[in-house]
Design a binder for this molecule. Structure first.
Ligand code: ADP
Length: 269
């Protein structure tokens, strides 16, 4: 399970990196390839440099093929954003989360009533919960910052908040509106200031080699940002950690099986 988790985190991060890098590379390779063909056309066919230029052309073609494969790979991570009830997502993940955190940690859930619908990929939200639970577990089972490392409580809380221009917190550069809130709180060893400052960076980890990839929070950040939300960390050494995620609430859409259709058909069609 641990190995699968780490693998999933890596794939997600690699996919995102690959997509971004491949796009830029593709543009650069187009410039290289284009100018190369001008130079070759300008030189007489029997020019001594032609063989070397042909070699460069082959290498750049090969690079383009590799980039295409990279792009194909990153696109393979097909996301299917759907209207999701966050409470259902949390309930659905509970069993797995309990298995991840083990016996020494108590899982408490405080699911709000009428928590709104979010538009997100269910698999990605599971990944968010898992990554945060793994971090919480590690923080509660590792002795550090005066914490005994003998367990604790992991709390999952859901609710809804309305942000207007006045109440929007400075850390949440979000448009005014209604947001669904997920809070993941642990009673673990917490973070010092440096760790907190770097925690979301890909590959930043304070865990021993092999134990952490440094991709957990970077992945969480990426997923939440993709869904139009934001994430915040509150943590201090010995004080535990609270992760707060806000996701925009969307109007509930009729589900399959509902009577009536959506979108409403235009008369005469
Ligand atoms: P990893 O867990 O692989 O180290 P993350 O990106 O998930 O990577 O976390 C980066 C670092 O942030 C961790 O190594 C740890 O120092 C710190 N961290 C993350 N979550 C917590 C938490 N709940 N409590 C204390 N420290 C945390």
């Amino acid at each position: 399970l641990e190995e699968q988790l780490r693998q999933a985190q890596k794939m997600e991060a690699v996919g995102q990196l690959a997509g971004g890098v491949a796009h830029d590379f593709n543009n650069l390779l187009t410039v290289i390839g284009g100018n190369l063909s001008f130079v070759r056309a300008d030189l007489p066919p029997d020019h001594a440099a032609q063989a070397d230029l042909a070699e460069i052309a082959r290498a750049s073609d090969r690079a383009r093929t590799l980039v295409r494969q990279l792009l194909a790979f990153s696109r393979k991570q097909v996301l299917s954003p759907r209207a999701l009830d966050l409470n259902e997502v949390v309930r659905g993940a509970e069993k797995l989360l309990r298995r991840v955190i083990g016996e020494e940690i108590v899982l408490e859930t405080a699911l709000g009533r009428d928590v709104g619908i979010v538009l997100a990929d269910a698999g990605q939200l599971d990944q968010v919960l898992l990554n945060l639970a793994v971090n919480a577990r590690d923080a509660m089972l590792t002795a550090q910052h005066g914490h005994a490392g003998s367990g604790g409580t992991l709390t999952l809380e859901t609710g809804t908040v309305t942000l207007d221009a006045r109440t929007a917190p400075a850390w949440a550069p979000l448009a005014p509106g209604r947001y669904v809130r997920l809070i993941v709180r642990d009673t673990g060893h917490g973070m010092d200031q440096t760790t907190r400052a770097h925690a979301f960076e890909p590959f930043f980890t304070t865990k021993p080699v092999g134990a952490g990839t440094g991709l957990g929070l970077a992945t969480v950040y990426g997923i939440v940002a993709q869904s139009g939300g934001t994430v915040r960390l509150d943590s201090a050494p010995g004080q535990g950690t609270t992760v707060t995620i806000l996701l925009p609430e969307v109007e509930a859409m009729p589900r399959e099986g509902d009577t009536g259709s959506w979108p409403v058909p235009t008369p005469g069609q």
